[in-house]
Design a protein around this ligand. Sequence first.
Ligand SMILES: NC(=O)C1=CN([C@@H]2O[C@H](COP(=O)(O)OP(=O)(O)OC[C@H]3O[C@@H](n4cnc5c(N)ncnc54)[C@H](OP(=O)(O)O)[C@@H]3O)[C@@H](O)[C@H]2O)C=CC1
Ligand SMILES: N[C@@H](CC=O)C(=O)O
Ligand code: NA
Length: 420
Amino acid sequence: MLIDNVGRHPLLKEVEICRVGVKSLDKPRAVELPVGIITTDLEAIVTDPQIDIIVELIGGIDRARELILKAIANGKHVVTANKAVISRFGAEIFTAANQAGVYVLLEAAVGGGIPVIQPLKQSLSVNRINTVIGIVNGTTNYILTRMQNEGASFDDVLADAQQLGYAEADPTADVEGWDAADKIAILASLAFGGRINRDEVFSEGIRQVSKTDISYADKLGFVIKLLAIAKRCSPLSSSSSPPTLSVRVHPTLVPKSHPLASINGVYNAILVEGEPLGQVMFFGPGAGAGATASAVSSDILNLVAHLKSRQNSHSNYNLDPLLACSHQDYCQIAPVSELDARFYTRFLTRDQSGVIGKLGTCFGKYGVSLESVVQTGFQGELAEIVVVTHDVQEGKFKQALDEIRTFEAIHSIPSLLRVI
Ligand SMILES: NC(=O)C1=CN([C@@H]2O[C@H](COP(=O)(O)OP(=O)(O)OC[C@H]3O[C@@H](n4cnc5c(N)ncnc54)[C@H](OP(=O)(O)O)[C@@H]3O)[C@@H](O)[C@H]2O)C=CC1
Ligand SMILES: N[C@@H](CC=O)C(=O)O
Ligand code: NA
């Protein structure tokens, strides 16, 4: 995009690519770069006095963090797509950037090509945000969509997602929900105006989602999506301290009529609800080379515009608060066991009389109210019972399940999913 810049914003022509740091000099590349600019010496790039902007796209955590901090210490603005580093070391990185008077921009880190970071910082920040719910991992959405539409197997589809360049170098981060947890931590921080301790973000991946559950969900009027959710839990207060939030990632049964139910394949969507705006949804390609390039280039463009406007100013300047990050305090994160949720649970039971009655009695004992109970299938000798609850405190629901597991009639509980 930077080289083939015709028809794009004219300021892109002002960008000169000084150096490109890679791991392997001999690797064939789809992009033809000016001769002599490729290097494996990343240290020399982040300390080069001629360079204004460093774009970090190497992924991983330790080396990327080290290079970003070194670039900042050398007075360079940074563009990164690295949600793993920002969600864990954002506090350190933004503090260093603010002290050095440079920006760290990260549009590609969440939602790939979807502009969502800048809108949250700027256009939406006059609203009181109550909820951010998104499908923010392209790989898992691609896998779940193909499992749903084609009955494809998990492993085959994951291999395709890797080949298409959607997955992380180690796809465990995608599949286990860690990548989505990094992203919702970043979105929550922007939406609710406080720092988020990444370790407190609950995440559950999609490995436990089976074709059987996808098919039951379908019959009950749902699709299964990996949702990343950040919600305000505490009432609004006039104090300037950030609110208490629920921030979590898990596979979720989504009613087919919900706006996120129809987001398929590598597409991502982020639904933001605020006052007085109401709901707004961002939708677009969440991963892949082109989408990521668009977001990275837009950050570069913002920095070029900033550098141009400062070109003739020799005085010190203050950072633009709508482009920089100024959060100081941490949001409180409520533990999932204290939150209310609806659950879908599949039981495999021995074919004895009165099992459904026993389940109902036990759930009743723990105050779990049931929305539906269906027994449709058999797996060999075992009967399959699917239960969907009304809202219940997660801790109480888990206590009921612990007791149910001890019943002689219960063979196993293969699935436990949340319902939005
Ligand atoms: N792929 C996607 O759709 C998206 C990715 N991201 C993020 O972008 C980042 C990069 O992802 P992606 O492009 O998929 O990853 P790739 O593995 O495809 O590319 C990584 C690049 O960094 C270079 N590199 C890696 N480690 C080093 C090192 N130690 N020294 C020098 N060069 C190094 C590699 O060099 P070489 O070419 O020689 O191997 C390669 O060019 C990650 O943080 C990812 O989370 C964000 C949004 C979407
Ligand atoms: N692996 C990520 C890439 C973009 O962030 C994904 O699948 O969404
Ligand atoms: Na984005």
